[in-house]
Design a protein around this ligand. Structure first.
Ligand SMILES: Cc1ncc(COP(=O)(O)O)c(C=O)c1O
Length: 390
């Protein structure tokens, strides 16, 4: 079968990853072929690679309102989050690390790993709409955490936290404050300077969520924050991340940042309107929309249809030509409901039905209405099957 003849389901899972933009691919290709130099080499090949990395660093810095010297290139969001948590903890005496109860596993797990070396993890509770519970947070701050990590936008629900306020509150503790902005970048403004003024010391971003290649990301870092590297060696990236740079991916990340920020407003407005249509249709079908009352990313809808398992629905929708995500934590016979929804206090039955639809630059109105029609049909069939089985 040729590529063109391949069945291509409608992609509605942009929070998982995004297609590489054509301009990004074009900018990357020379660095995968004739311009193959090692950026540490002194000759022309190396100097060209170094210049390309510098240019990409300037683009990423501009996209997040930071200075170039504050951008540390790493392999992606997971590495940036690990670098902040483990790298900062390595230079501190064990104490309290506070993370929100809805963090991505690549924040939660490194925080948990610190328990083995004497740290205490405090999870900051969220309310039914996925927002930080202020009282719980203020209570945790009494324990004077040394590290705090609260994400800017949630990957499942799309809920946006009021990070300036959350970071300001942590100032009294002199904690190092980090925010994971992987899902926020390109969808809502992310400005490191403004965040830094409110007490944010580090911000994580990732290339493949904004039309760039997989395998590139950055930790944007206040210079006062000292970190031990996760990978040491030749001293690349100011000694914070050794290893010969992935020039092509970094170049692609830079171009993706430039495009994402330039198009953000128009794309967000368009997606917000499409999402409103989608949500209207879902509610008509009896769906519960999670975190409906909270401020959310314009592209994300997380919903549940009563009595239908999310995993089953996602599998059926895939067969019917729509790629969406379920909220379940694993693919075993008895999937564990999403930790995020559990933390929000969503009833287990409803949480088991969770399905995430995340729209993106290529999503059209026709795709949204086709999705709603296929969903109605699929849900009807599943309910009929369930009725037959009882
Ligand atoms: C909120 C959040 N943080 C971090 C990551 C990890 O980023 P990466 O895939 O670049 O390692 C993801 C990816 O799903 C994410 O959604």
């Amino acid at each position: 079968m040729t590529g063109a003849a391949m069945f291509a389901p409608v992609y509605l899972d942009y929070n998982a990853t995004t297609p590489v933009r054509p301009q990004v691919l074009e900018a990357m290709l020379p660095w995968l072929s004739q311009r193959f130099g090692n950026a540490s080499s002194r000759h022309e090949y190396g100097r060209a690679a170094r210049a390309a990395i510098d240019e990409a660093r300037a683009k990423v810095a501009a996209a997040v309102g930071a200075h170039q010297s504050e951008v540390v290139f790493v392999s992606g969001g997971s590495e940036a989050n690990n670098l902040f948590i483990k790298g900062t903890a390595a230079l501190e005496r064990p104490g309290v690390v506070a993370v929100s109860a809805v963090e991505h596993p690549c924040v939660r797990e490194p925080a948990r790993s610190l328990e083995r070396i004497g740290w205490q993890v405090r999870e900051i509770a969220v309310d039914i709409d996925g927002r930080i519970e202020v009282d719980d947070y203020l209570d945790i701050l009494q324990y004077r955490p040394k590290l705090v990590s609260v994400m800017l936008a949630n990957n499942e629900t799309g809920v946006i936290q009021d990070i300036p306020v959350v970071a300001e509150a942590a100032r009294t503790t002199s904690a190092w404050f980090h925010t994971d902005a992987v899902q926020a970048l390109g969808k809502i403004p992310v400005n490191f300077r403004a965040l830094n003024d409110c007490g944010v010391h580090a911000v994580t971003v990732s290339s493949h969520k904004i039309g760039g290649p997989k395998g590139a990301g950055a930790l944007v870092l206040d210079k006062r924050l000292e970190l031990a590297p996760l990978i040491s060696g030749g001293g690349h990236e100011r000694g914070l991340r050794s290893g010969t740079e992935n020039v092509a991916a970094i170049v692609g990340f830079g171009v993706a940042c430039e495009l994402a920020v330039a198009e953000m407003q128009a794309t967000s407005e368009r997606l917000r309107a499409l999402r409103a249509e989608l949500e209207r249709g879902l509610v008509e079908q009896g769906a519960t929309i999670f975190a409906h009352a909270a401020e959310r990313l314009p592209n994300t809808v997380y919903f549940s249809l009563p009595g239908i398992e999310g995993e089953t629905l996602v599998t059926k929708l895939d067969r019917a030509g729509f790629a969406v995500a379920s909220g379940a934590a694993c693919s075993s016979a008895d999937p564990i409901p999403s930790r995020v929804l559990t933390a929000m206090g969503v009833a287990q039955g409803l949480a088991r039905g969770a399905v995430r639809v995340s729209l993106g630059g290529e999503t059209t109105r026709a795709q949204v209405s086709d999705f709603l029609a296929v969903l109605a049909q699929t849900a009807f069939q599943l309910k009929r099957l369930a009725a037959l089985a009882t």
